[in-house]
Write a protein that binds this ligand. Structure first.
Ligand code: CUA
Length: 296
């Protein structure tokens, strides 16, 4: 609306000037020197800077808010996989669904998005959110549904012949109803942490990663949120992105003291784990608590 008003103002002024200073024989056949007005120029520069700078600040604040899941809130995790031409969902509680996404009202829902083929974009107009799903990467998006109901979502990135049919609905339901719904798992569906533990066991990760001393790899309990120091002296606080990198590209950052010949002795699991398995594994790793509280 502000932009509309500004445009209207510019065009109205332009029209007025065209009429006001039109060519009139005998009246204004020669040009006249019009001196500038510093006060006027400074005035409109400041006024427009304040108005549009303010709009930018509002937009930037909203953008920043979208980038960070609110701290201290219960978060419902859902894996979203885009694929020509459907959306697949896997809930933290283990349930899977296609083209329909059930979410609880009044809770923060964090989507981890990825793609099995090309770039898709998960778009929920009613929630004012949109996020690309990229092959080989995971992006996140969060929202909180406030009113029960069904809300359409769509793919907002042209991804091939049936892009326009890559649509579905979010069903926002009261939190208790959602919890009950989540309990109705199909055979083969299990909570993500349990599924992740199976991935961990299937790939014999514990052979190297163990709480007990003298193992060739860092222990994983209580890892998330801990400060890690690497071979090259750099440091960071372990988050999900770091865990993901460590699984897919172990030598990218090697924890100090664990390098062998300058590399990580761990093989890469890129291409070994499916998107779902990686999500389950990372989910499981996040649940590993350290009983001792000792910093590593
Ligand atoms: Cu997927 Cu367009």
């Amino acid at each position: 609306m502000v932009v509309g008003l500004a445009t209207l103002g510019v065009f109205a002024t332009m029209g007025y000037f065209v009429w006001r200073y039109r060519y009139r024989p005998g009246v204004n056949e020669t040009g006249r020197d019009v001196p500038g007005s510093t006060r006027l120029e400074v005035g409109w520069t400041i006024a427009t800077t304040v108005v549009f700078g303010g709009i930018f600040a509002l937009g930037a604040a909203g953008f920043a808010e979208r980038q960070h899941v609110p701290a201290g809130r219960d978060v419902e995790d859902v894996l979203v996989v885009g694929k020509q031409w459907m959306w697949k969902f896997q809930h933290g509680g283990g349930r899977r669904e296609i083209a329909v996404l059930h979410v609880p009202v009044g809770r923060v829902v964090r989507l981890s998005l990825t793609s099995e083929d090309v770039i898709h974009s998960f778009y929920v107009p009613a929630f004012r959110v949109k996020q690309d799903a990229l092959p080989g990467r995971t992006t996140t998006l969060w929202f909180e549904a406030t009113t029960p109901g069904t809300y359409p979502f769509a793919c907002a990135e042209y991804c091939g012949g049936e892009h326009s049919r890559m649509v579905g609905q979010i069903v926002a339901m009261p939190a208790e109803a959602y919890d009950a719904w989540l309990e109705h798992r199909e055979p083969g569906e299990m909570p993500l942490a349990a599924a992740g533990r199976e991935v961990f066991a299937r790939h014999d990760c514990a052979t190297c990663h163990d709480t007990h001393a003298n193992k060739p790899a860092p222990p994983l309990e209580g890892l998330v949120g801990r400060r890690r120091v690497f071979e090259d002296g750099a440091a960071l606080v372990a988050d999900e992105a770091y865990l993901r990198e460590s699984v897919l590209e172990p030598s990218a950052r090697v924890v100090a003291g664990y390098a062998v010949a300058g590399r990580s002795p761990m093989p890469s699991y890129a291409g070994v784990l499916t998107n779902e398995e990686l999500f389950e594994l990372l989910y499981y790793l996040r649940t590993l608590k350290d009983a001792t509280g000792v910093s590593r």
